[in-house]
Design a protein around this ligand. Structure first.
Ligand code: APR
Ligand code: PHB
Length: 398
């Protein structure tokens, strides 16, 4: 049996769920197919810093009620080096904020909103395949939780299935994928401890970065720069705390509080941009098309920004038949993606240890000093940290 819908969305991460909701609000139907179970998707621990731009969008589409109640509202972040702590106040320059609210919470709110619309959101969808993308009737097939093969005929396919998904494999072989690998990873923990500062902190130590973020007054999220080939099992809780404490030592704050670690993970640092994000009736969004290193926490925000642009383009075609915004989707979204790449790379290169060379540390220290001393440097950093404008509105109102 063949089902029909306007847009088949593959992947129920922030990109797919946000797109589905924006389409719904424009009267466009979609089916969202997700490989994992609902509980898996709801409980995945990821980064959790939202730009003001993202929060404004989520508010606009009516999914920010809990976020507005529960998110921690920050003016900027702390930088620590040479045992001294500095606050970068971006709010002062712009009146805008960053919001600390875990990606899992954003995803949970979007799943709840989707369910309230009654539109299909199918978990445990196995073996998703995409065909006929060079036509206006692309076909997506999958195996449902009962083992039955299902077929969906759509007008467009949105590939929101992340960096290991099926969508990106459908791009033509001459698509350029620009990659920069970094020789380290982030070892992340979630712990029942009080955060060391009231806003997130990057601690740049000659031996490597440590990041001290939070999810609540008694829940901290912290990261350590470790070599790329690190074995997580070699890092006992005691060793993690010792290293976090060592790298974050200061003369102006008490030492880091230690406590129960409830989650531990390892994330490699990579920068990737697919410089063509569409082919025929298939469009790539979020991690399916680009990856930023976690430094600066841009990943989720970029996924929402792509969803906004595709929602607008599909809305425009739906309302007027005009395909021009769909045709130019890649060109519309790439400049903002490169701004985020540039920002993440800048933060990554200043905050991490790259090698033994003492010249390297002095250079990084000089840059860190500028960031703490120069209002214009802070203003420039803050513009991107709190979110550049999205490339288009999410709704076509013409
Ligand atoms: N079929 C169906 N679903 C799939 C498939 C597949 N073949 N492959 C992957 N998926 C699902 C994943 O299980 C996941 O739920 O697609 C979803 C992709 O979601 P994300 O990885 O969260 O990607 P995206 O929505 O682009 O959001 C980017 O997520 O990984 C973080 O740091 C990243 O913050 C960024 C954000
Ligand atoms: C987080 O809170 O998970 C976080 C904070 C800052 C980053 C990345 C992630 O740069």
């Amino acid at each position: 049996m063949t089902e029909r819908c306007q847009v088949a969305i593959i992947g129920a991460g922030p990109a797919g769920l946000a797109l589905g909701h924006m389409l719904h609000l424009q009267g466009i139907d979609s089916v969202i197919l997700e490989r994992q179970s609902e509980s898996h998707v709801r409980s995945r621990v990821r980064a959790g810093v939202l730009e003001q731009t993202t929060v404004d969008l989520l508010t606009d589409i009516g999914v920010a009620e809990r976020l507005r109640r529960e998110a921690l509202v920050h003016n900027g972040f702390y930088l620590r080096f040479d045992r001294t702590t500095h606050h970068l106040d971006f709010h002062r320059h712009s009146g805008r904020h960053a919001y600390v609210y875990g990606q899992a919470e954003v995803v949970a709110d979007l799943i709840d909103a989707r369910k309230a619309t009654g539109r299909p959101l199918i978990f445990d969808a196995d073996d998703v395949t995409i065909a006929d993308i060079d036509t206006d009737r692309p076909v997506v097939e999958y195996t449902d939780v009962d083992g039955r093969r299902r077929r969906i005929e759509a007008e467009a396919v949105a590939g929101c299935d992340g960096s290991h998904g099926v969508s990106r494999t459908m791009m033509p072989s001459d698509t350029r994928i620009l990659v920069r690998s970094h020789p380290f990873a982030w070892l992340g923990i979630l712990a029942h401890t009080r955060p060391v500062t009231e806003e997130g902190m990057y601690s740049a130590h000659p031996d490597g970065l440590s990041v001290h973020s939070m999810r609540g007054p008694r829940l901290s999220r912290q990261y350590l720069q470790v070599p790329a080939e690190t074995d997580l099992d070699a890092w006992t809780d005691e060793r993690i705390w010792r290293e976090l404490r060592r790298r974050s030592q200061s003369d102006d704050h008490p030492p880091l509080e230690t406590g129960e670690i409830i989650e531990k993970s390892l994330a490699p640092l990579r920068s990737v941009v697919t410089d063509r994000m569409q082919t025929g009736s298939l469009y790539l969004l979020g991690d399916a098309a680009h990856i930023v290193p976690p430094t600066g926490a841009k990943g989720l925000n970029l996924a929402i920004s792509d969803a906004c642009a595709l929602s607008y383009a599909l809305g425009r075609r739906h309302r007027t038949g005009d395909r021009s915004a769909l045709t130019s989707y890649t060109d519309t979204v790439l400049p903002r993606i490169w701004q985020a790449q540039s920002f993440s790379w800048r933060l990554t290169s200043v905050l991490h240890r790259f090698g033994e060379d003492p010249y390297d540390w002095e250079l990084r220290r000089a840059r860190l000093t500028r960031w703490t001393q120069s209002p214009s440097e802070q203003q420039a950093l803050g513009e991107v940290y709190l979110g550049l404008p999205f490339p288009t509105p999410w709704r076509f109102d013409g």
